[in-house]
Design a protein around this ligand. Structure first.
Ligand code: ZN
Length: 315
C-alpha cells in the first residue's frame, strides 16, 4: 500500500536549496512564484520557526543557561523542565522566570521573523504590504518583537509574558515582565525570595503560566478578539489565491495549523500549500500538485526566497 503522504525534496538533515549552478532550487522558485501570485498569505508558525531563530530549548544553549538545574534536578531541556514537579513555589518560579526571560524578554538570536516581515512588506502588492495573517502555537512573542501588526496575529496557546489565576477564578491575564525581571535578578541557589511568589489579586491563589496545558487555560478578551479576527480572515479569503505558508509546525498539535491548512488547500483549487520544516516537510497526496515541501532550515530557506523574489528567474 502506498503512503498517503508525499515527501518534499531531499530528506537529508540539511538540504541546501541552491544547486551548484547558483540558481535557486525548483522548490524555492515555485514558492517565490506562489508568493508573487498570491492575493494573501496565511502564515502558520510552530516551534521549528523559533528554533530556526535561535530559541533552542536543548543542547548548548540549555546547558549554558540552566547548568545548575541540570546538575541538581537532572533536567535536560527547557521543554521538559516546564513539567518538572518542583517541591516549592520558590524553586518553581526560579525555573520559570529564567525560562520566560530568555525566551520572551530578550530578542531571539537570529532575525528570522524580521526577515519574513521585510519580505511581506517589500514583496507585497504594488505599494502595499502583502495581505497576511499569522496563526501560531508559539508563546515567545517573536512576531511582535519583529514588528508584525498585532491585529494580524493569533497566539492560540498563550504567552510567556502573561500569568493567570491557577484556579482560574476569572478570564483575566496579567503582564509579568516587571516581576519576572525581579525574580531573575534576585534568585539565589535556584530559589526566588518568597515575597516574590505571585498570587491572584482577586482570590489570592497562586498564579500560574498562561499556557494551554489543560482545561484551566484562560482565554482572555485579547485572545477572543484575535480568534475572531483569524476566523474572519479565513472566511473572507478561503476561496481566493491564498498561499498557506506553514513554518516549522511539528506533529504534536496538527489540529491547530497543519490539518486546517491541508483542508483549506484541498477545498480551494487556487490555494497553494507550502511546508517549510527541517526533517518533516510533507503534504497529503490529494493536494500534492499544489504543495511545495522544503526540508531545510527555515532561516536558510527564507534567505534564498528573498534572493529569488529579486532574481530574474521569477517573474
Ligand atoms: Zn483567582
Amino acid at each position: 500500500m502506498s503512503s498517503p503522504i508525499a515527501t518534499g525534496n531531499s530528506m537529508n538533515a540539511y538540504s541546501p536549496n541552491k544547486p551548484e549552478n547558483g540558481r535557486p532550487s525548483n522548490e524555492v522558485t515555485a514558492l517565490a512564484q506562489a508568493w508573487k501570485a498570491a492575493d494573501c498569505i496565511l502564515i502558520g508558525a510552530g516551534s521549528g520557526l523559533s528554533t530556526s531563530a535561535g530559541y533552542t530549548y536543548s543542547g548548548e544553549r540549555f546547558d549554558c543557561l540552566f547548568a545548575d538545574f541540570k546538575a541538581r534536578y537532572g533536567i535536560t531541556d527547557m521543554y521538559s523542565g516546564g513539567f518538572h514537579p518542583f517541591g516549592t513555589l520558590e524553586e518553581y518560579w526560579a525555573w520559570w522566570s529564567r525560562e520566560i526571560y530568555y525566551n520572551r524578554y530578550i530578542p531571539a538570536p537570529k532575525p528570522v521573523h524580521e526577515r519574513l516581515l521585510d519580505m511581506l512588506r517589500r514583496f507585497g502588492d504594488a505599494a502595499a504590504a502583502k495581505d497576511y495573517f499569522v496563526l501560531t502555537t508559539n508563546v515567545d512573542h517573536c512576531f511582535q518583537h519583529a514588528g508584525f501588526d498585532k491585529s494580524r496575529l493569533f497566539y492560540t496557546q498563550g504567552d510567556y509574558g502573561l500569568w493567570q489565576c491557577s484556579l482560574p477564578c476569572s478570564q483575566i491575564t496579567y503582564d509579568n515582565e516587571e516581576t519576572v525581571r525581579r525574580m531573575l535578578a534576585e534568585q539565589s541557589d535556584m530559589r526566588i525570595p518568597s515575597e516574590l511568589i505571585p498570587h491572584c489579586p482577586r482570590c489570592g491563589r497562586p498564579m500560574t503560566m498562561n499556557l494551554r496545558a489543560d482545561g484551566t487555560f484562560v482565554e482572555d478578551a485579547g485572545w477572543h478578539d484575535a480568534a475572531r479576527r483569524y476566523s474572519d480572515y479565513v472566511t473572507k479569503r478561503k476561496d481566493s489565491r491564498i498561499l498557506l505558508l506553514e513554518l516549522g509546525v511539528g506533529g504534536n498539535t496538527p489540529g491547530i495549523i497543519k490539518y486546517p491548512f491541508w483542508q483549506l488547500t484541498d477545498g480551494n483549487p487556487q490555494a497553494t500549500y507550502a511546508c517549510l520544516n527541517l526533517g518533516e516537510a510533507v503534504a497529503p497526496r490529494q493536494i500534492h500538485d499544489r504543495s511545495i515541501c522544503i526540508n531545510a532550515d527555515i532561516d536558510a530557506t527564507l534567505t534564498d526566497l528573498a534572493e529569488t523574489l529579486h532574481s530574474p528567474f521569477v517573474d
